[in-house]
Structure formats: structure tokens, C-alpha cells
Ligand binder design. Structure first.
Ligand code: ZN
Length: 385
């Protein structure tokens, strides 16, 4: 019988999440659809309810609000303003800091950052989602050299412009095997992207030589500024080709000696490639593995397996807690509550197996939940209350 290591006293830094929407969903269909990555209408309306995650979320919220059923939960949350809901849930889950990917949801839908910071009480760091900015700049610039100059400017003084690092969704576009291309290839890909701009007024950056080339500009700047770069890896929206989203595809970036000073954060535990991600965090000095406890939408048992695989091999300095919560604060909330328990139970196993003593286990819990992120993203305080 293993004893759980009690981490309830440790405030978390949520090292990967997204903005909360100013207008919260009210209808049942809209609510349910938040908890699946499936685009299939039947899955979004019905099957999502029949998942371990959704059942657990509903039961946890019934308990929290003192109500019963999905309707009860929806009525209870609708009786609060968005700011009240954020305040209540973030306080209950003791969330001391957040690192926000500003690229999703769209900024015009997001709760105002100052209002969010005030309501949540959490220290706030923001990341630039590279592909979204690249797409905007491709639309804005009709000459390749002007595009390159504007990307260089975007990435030249990231902290000076109020950001703590980058987020890349290359896995959602052309895959994680990011290569170096000739000028000729990059120009040709830019010309194709501009054809799309001319016919539709916008562009989806699916032109690999162009995206890879712009990413290298950002990575060079990140290495100089020692800025963390988060990569979406593994599980995600339906536009991810999971075959190209394994963290092993990042080999050329991790092997590049020019990028040694650029911390690479592999998101979502790379699930289902969690062992691959844990391995990379155990061999590359600049690779970190993010353990995300709301998205992917998993059972407690599978989150325990993910955490066990990570803590089994990676140094405790290389693992970081997150929710990947997005749009509604319940995701940040349930992840913090479940994440503490899951990490505590895996650390308890390490103690009963004789890997760690109790003090070392509690310290590892603090590192993963809070301290590694505080250091990596440059938070002012360490969140200890
Ligand atoms: Zn995310």
C-alpha cells in the first residue's frame, strides 16, 4: 500500500494554457463540445458524455457547486460572471501563475488580460504563437525580403515586448521534422503562399519550406535570448497528423548545437508518445516535458501512467505541470486538483519502492508543479503564499 505524497500546500504554475473567453458558453451542446477534440457532430453531442474525463468533470463540479446533473452545473456556473467564476475556481485550485498561449482562442473573444489577472490572482506570462504571427505578416508583406525583415523584428526583443517565449504549432501545419531549405525553395513556397493570400485574403501556413525557414529565424533569436519555445506535440485538434507529431521528429532541432541555449518544451506529455518525450527530456539538456492534466482528456489511471513514465526517467528539473486549459476555467481547476493528486500518488510509489525518501519526493512535487516553470519563464515570485 503506497502513501500519497501530499502536495495540497503547493500552488501550481500552469505552464501551458490558453485565454478564458469573456462570454462563457451557456447551452449544453456548446458545453459538451468543449471536452472533445473530435470534429464529428455525434461525438461532440453524445459520445463525449460517455468518457471517463467528462464523467469525472461533471461529478467534481456537482460536488463543488453543490448541485446535481449537467443542467445543475450549467445553471450554477451561469449564475456567476466570468470574473467571479475565474476567481472562485482559481482560488479553490490554488493556481499561482499561468503561461498563456495568446494564439487561441482569438484575442477578440478572450477575457481582457488585466481583468483575468485581477480575477485569477495568478501571475501572468504570455507567449507568441509563431505561426499565427507569421501568417499575419505573410498577408501584410508582398515582398519576401520585407517578410523576413518583419519576422526578424518580431523576434528580436521578445521580453522587451512583454512576452516570455514562443509557442509553435508546426505539428498542426507541416509536421515537427523542421528542416533547413535553400533560398530558392523558401522563395518558391512564399510565392505559393502569396497566391493563397491573393485569392482568399488570408493564408494557412501549410508551405513547409517557408514555415521551416521562418521558424529557424525565431529559433536563432530564441537561442540568443535564452527564450523557451513550446511545441505542440502529439494529441490535439483534428488538423494534427499524429504520424508527424511525435517528439522524435524534433531531432534536427534538438541536435543543432546553435540551439543549445533555447529551452524546448514538449507539450501535453507528448501523449501518446509520452515515453519518447520523457526520454528526450532525460538526454537533451534543453528539452523539457510538460505534463498536462486536463487536455488530453484522460482517465486518472492514464494520467498516472503518463506521470509514472515521466518521473521514471527524466530529472525532476525537466518536468512541468500544466492544464492546457482553454476557454473555460473549469479545465485549469480540475487539472490542478487532479494533477496534484496524480503526481503525489506517483511520488508515493517512488517512496515505497525505495527510489526517494519522503522529503525528496515532496521537493520533486514542488519542482514539477511550480518551481521549474517559475525559473524557465522568469516569474517574479515563486508563488509561495
Ligand atoms: Zn494548448
Amino acid at each position: 500500500m503506497t502513501n500519497l505524497v501530499d502536495l495540497t500546500d503547493v500552488p501550481v504554475v500552469d505552464n501551458h494554457c490558453h485565454a478564458i473567453e469573456a462570454l462563457q458558453p451557456v447551452g449544453l451542446a456548446e458545453w459538451r463540445a468543449l471536452f472533445t477534440e473530435s470534429p464529428d457532430p455525434g461525438m461532440r453531442a453524445k459520445d463525449v458524455v460517455e468518457t471517463a474525463f467528462y464523467r469525472r468533470l461533471t461529478r467534481s463540479l456537482e460536488e463543488f457547486f453543490g448541485v446535481s446533473g449537467e443542467d445543475g452545473v450549467l445553471r450554477a456556473r451561469a449564475s456567476h460572471s466570468t470574473a467571479e467564476l475565474v476567481a472562485k475556481l482559481f482560488d479553490d485550485a490554488s493556481i499561482a501563475g499561468v503561461v498563456i498561449d495568446t494564439g487561441y482562442p482569438a484575442p477578440e473573444k478572450a477575457m481582457d488580460a488585466t481583468e483575468f489577472a485581477l480575477a485569477s490572482g495568478a501571475e501572468y506570462a504570455a507567449l507568441i504563437r509563431l505561426e499565427v504571427e507569421f501568417q499575419r505578416l505573410i498577408v501584410a508583406h508582398g515582398r519576401y525580403d520585407d517578410l523576413v525583415a518583419s519576422v526578424r523584428e518580431l523576434v528580436s526583443d521578445v521580453r522587451g515586448t512583454g512576452f516570455a517565449g514562443f509557442k509553435s504549432i508546426a505539428a498542426y501545419r507541416t509536421g515537427l521534422a523542421i528542416e533547413r531549405w535553400s533560398d530558392e525553395d523558401a522563395h518558391a513556397a512564399y510565392a505559393q503562399a502569396r497566391v493563397e493570400v491573393d485569392s482568399t485574403g488570408s493564408v494557412r501556413l501549410g508551405y513547409k519550406p517557408l514555415l521551416d525557414t521562418l521558424l529557424h529565424l525565431a529559433f536563432e533569436a530564441a537561442a540568443v535570448q535564452e527564450l523557451p519555445v513550446q511545441f505542440h506535440v502529439g494529441y490535439g485538434d483534428p488538423d494534427v497528423d499524429l504520424r508527424r507529431a511525435s517528439p522524435l521528429e524534433l531531432r534536427s532541432i534538438l541536435e543543432d548545437s546553435a540551439y543549445r541555449s533555447m529551452p524546448v518544451v514538449l507539450l501535453h506529455g507528448c501523449w501518446p508518445y509520452v515515453r519518447e518525450g520523457a526520454y528526450l527530456a532525460s538526454v537533451y539538456g534543453n528539452a523539457y516535458l510538460d505534463l498536462s492534466f486536463a487536455i488530453p482528456f484522460l482517465s486518472i489511471g492514464e494520467m498516472t501512467s503518463m506521470t509514472r513514465a515521466a518521473l521514471a526517467v527524466a530529472p525532476f528539473t525537466k518536468l512541468m505541470y500544466s492544464s492546457d486549459g482553454s476557454r473555460v476555467p473549469e479545465l485549469n481547476w480540475i487539472a490542478a486538483k487532479d494533477g496534484r493528486k496524480v503526481i503525489g500518488s506517483v511520488l508515493g510509489e517512488l517512496v515505497s519502492d525505495g527510489d526517494l525518501d519522503a522529503g525528496q519526493a515532496h521537493r520533486a512535487g514542488e519542482q514539477v508543479l511550480r518551481d521549474n516553470a517559475v525559473k524557465l519563464y522568469g516569474f517574479r515570485s515563486n508563488g509561495v503564499s
